[in-house]
Structures are given as C-alpha cells and as structure tokens.
Design a binder for this molecule. Structure first.
Ligand SMILES: Cc1cc2nc3c(=O)[nH]c(=O)nc-3n(C[C@H](O)[C@H](O)[C@H](O)COP(=O)(O)O)c2cc1C
Length: 232
C-alpha cells in the first residue's frame, strides 16, 4: 500500500535554480529539490523537469546557480519563477540579481544564500533529470530564515505546479479544479462580450463576472488581489 499523504510529510526548502540558454538568455525556475548530497568535496543535486527551459539551459551550459529563498519572499516574486516559462519572459527583469564568475545569473532578492554549481553527472529519473555537481562558489546574502515548503503552503498559500518533482495531482481538494472547469464551459459565445478574471501570478483564467472576496487561485493559490479583470 502507498499512502500518498506520506509524501506530504517530507520537508524541503525552496530555491531558484538559474542558468543560461545557448543563445545567452537567462533561464530560471523554482525548485524544492535542491540539496547537499556529499561533504568532501561538497556535492549538491537538483531534480528538474525535462520540459523546463531551465533544464535545457543547465544541461547545455553544464552549470547552474541555486539561490536559497528567504521567508520574506512573496508570491509576486515566486509566481513568475514557479509558474511561467523563461522562453516567454525575462524572469529577472526588475528583480535584484547578479551573475557569478561564469556569467550564470543568480537571484539575490529575498535570498539567504547562493551557490554556483558545475554539473558532473546527470541521471534520467523519468519526468525529471537529476543534476549532480560540485559547488564552485557559495555566498551568504542575509541572516533571514530560509523559506520552507511548509511555510510556502501554509502561510503563502502557494500551490505545487505539475512540473514540480513533488507534484501529486492537484494538492488542494479537487473543488477548485472542477469549479474552474465548470466555469470555463460557461465561456463567452462568439460575438458576446463577457468578463473573466486572470491570475497575474500563474495566468489561470476564472470565467466568472465577479470573484468572491475570499477567492483563491486554484492553480497557484494566491488571493483575489492578484486577479485582473479581462474581456473574453
Ligand atoms: C513550490 C514549487 C516547487 C517546484 N519544484 C520544482 C522542482 O523541484 N523541479 C522542477 O523541475 N520544477 C519545480 N517547480 C516548477 C517550476 O518552477 C516551473 O515549472 C517553472 O515554470 C519552470 O520554468 P522554466 O520553464 O522557465 O524553467 C516548482 C514550482 C513551485 C511553485
């Protein structure tokens, strides 16, 4: 028997993994799977979805940075890195960041530390690639507490997207998902102007005229204040 709830008892931190695509563009994503796996020499690993732009960037450059998010990180910062593609947007635009000695981007805003890693081994683990490497530099950026996965879920009310290694289906009760599906079937008929609400964090569209004050996004979990009204 496998009780899927057991997976939810595993503790993680939250990190922004960044690298550079072959054309020089920056790629970055949120990951909860960065960890130290050996001490001498210091080795780390991260598990990245094969469909992420960041995975392509890391595999092609052979390098990545991992920035440890602080508890001060908000959904405004986490949302673009965790729910959007680096192919569509420069996630670092307007965000404090730096580059390491190898010109790899690294997030510094709301981060407690950042690591630069040379990839030495890759293991295909199905949906994800496990990237293993040596730390070439490490810096402490602040003495704030690091953001934990539990804090992200319980306090920031964040969700886990399908490409995360820890995804197990919708991690909120299915109600949000089915509401959205039902609402989508009420989308505008051709020629008829209707309104809907778009989540500015993850892009989810809720096809209703008005959002209740206590509405939360069924995809990324943010509140009504992150939604903008659009015509459909
Ligand atoms: C809380 C959280 C944890 C995540 N953990 C991982 C992870 O460990 N591995 C992964 O590949 N994606 C993870 N993701 C999903 C990626 O951040 C997301 O798919 C991102 O949009 C990929 O961006 P990219 O295509 O620009 O690389 C996570 C997202 C969130 C919000």
């Amino acid at each position: 028997m496998i009780d899927r709830k057991a997976y939810r008892t595993i503790s993680y931190g939250l990190y922004v993994i960044a690298s550079r695509l072959p054309d020089g563009r920056k790629a970055a994503c949120v990951a909860n799977t960065f960890q130290q796996i050996a001490s001498d020499p210091a080795k780390v690993s991260v598990s990245l979805n094969k469909q992420n732009a960041t995975t392509e960037a890391a595999l092609s450059s052979g390098k990545f940075t991992a920035s440890v998010l602080a508890q001060s990180a908000t959904m405004d910062l986490i949302g673009p890195f965790g729910f959007h593609s680096s192919l569509d947007t420069d996630k670092f635009d307007g965000i404090e960041h730096d580059v390491d000695a190898c010109d790899m981007p690294c997030l510094t805003q709301d981060c407690v530390a950042t690591f630069s890693v040379d990839i030495e081994q890759t293991i295909d683990v199905g949906s994800h690639m496990l990237l293993i490497g040596s730390v070439t530099s490490a810096r402490v950026l602040s003495d704030q507490p690091p953001l934990t996965y539990a804090y992200y879920h319980e306090v920031l009310r964040g969700k886990t997207p399908p490409k995360a290694a820890s995804y197990q289906g919708n991690d909120s009760p299915a109600s949000g998902e089915s509401d959205a599906t039902a609402a989508e079937s009420e989308a505008a008929k051709p020629g008829e102007i209707r309104y809907a609400w778009r989540c500015t964090i993850c892009g989810h569209i809720e096809y209703v005229d008005e959002l209740p004050d206590d509405f939360t996004c069924p995809i990324c979990g943010v509140g009504r204040e992150f939604f903008e009204r659009i015509e459909v």
